[in-house]
Write a protein that binds this ligand. Structure first.
Ligand code: 13P
Length: 252
């Protein structure tokens, strides 16, 4: 059965003291929750990962990375490899975030390589994709999402999908305060599950968690998360405070 996931993407926010403080607060709150089928993930920026790992140790809070390079090692100044992440005990990495695509030139082809490198190192991938506003206005959102998923993930064998989590993040809803309606999210998530079914089978499609991301907050999460094909959220702004992040976890 697929898991429900609430993942906080801290992006380039919080220094080491602020990161450990926020992680401590989340760990303290999560201790008293009956998480059942729900995973709670936080993703600090690279330099703060090891300190946050120490804080989260022994708790139900998982720590993940926001990105990684596709090469094994070598002359790639400023980059981080999959093996560096696993050596810290990490099990999960976010790949394909729209900010990586837009500001750092990450293409579908690069992302396919990153996905392969992550999986080869035993990492689970939270794979992000989503259309820009012009695509939605032009009615191209389904074909854009389909090609993003196809180009980066459909070369994988079916059994690799146990380490894939999908995150639909319409770019027009990220950090804008404008959320996709629960119906828009459900419509897209059902479409995604259908294309995965068509490419693989109902088992792969039924087991993959599909998260929604884009201005999720404690006021709108319950309704979005209640949709049949929405298995949780990838959260930006509302993940930066323990109170709102925990409220999102409690929305299930
Ligand atoms: P916001 O929740 O701030 O819109 O960010 C969403 C996001 O990009 C998560 O990866």
């Amino acid at each position: 059965m697929r898991k429900q996931i609430v993942a906080g993407n801290w992006k380039m926010n919080k220094n080491v003291q602020e990161s450990t403080q926020l992680a401590s607060e989340i760990v303290a709150e999560v201790k008293d929750l009956n998480l059942d089928n729900t995973r709670v993930i936080v993703t600090p920026t690279f330099v703060n990962i090891s300190e946050v790992v120490k804080v989260a140790k022994g708790s139900a809070v998982e720590v993940a990375a926001q990105n990684m390079h596709q090469a094994k090692s070598g002359a790639f100044t400023g980059e981080i490899s999959a093996e560096m992440l696993t050596s810290l005990g990490l099990k999960t990495v976010i790949l394909g975030h729209s900010e990586r695509r837009e500001y750092f030139g990450e293409t579908d082809a690069i992302l396919a390589e990153k996905v392969d490198a992550a999986l080869a190192n035993g990492l689970e991938v939270i794979f992000c994709f989503g259309e820009v506003l012009e695509d939605r206005k032009a009615g191209n959102h389904f074909s854009v999402v389909e090609s993003q998923i196809k180009n980066a993930l459909f070369h994988l064998p079916a059994d690799a999908w146990k380490n894939i989590v999908l995150a639909y993040e319409p770019v027009w809803a990220i950090g804008t305060g404008e959320t996709a309606s629960p119906e828009q999210a459900q419509e897209m998530h059902a479409f995604i599950r259908k294309i995965v079914t068509d490419k693989y089978n109902t088992e792969v499609a039924g087991d993959v968690s599909i998260l929604y991301g884009g201005s999720v907050n404690p006021g709108n999460a319950k309704e979005i998360f209640s949709k049949e094909d929405v298995d949780g959220g990838l959260i930006g702004g509302a993940a930066l405070k323990a109170e709102s992040f925990i409220a999102l976890v409690n929305s299930f």
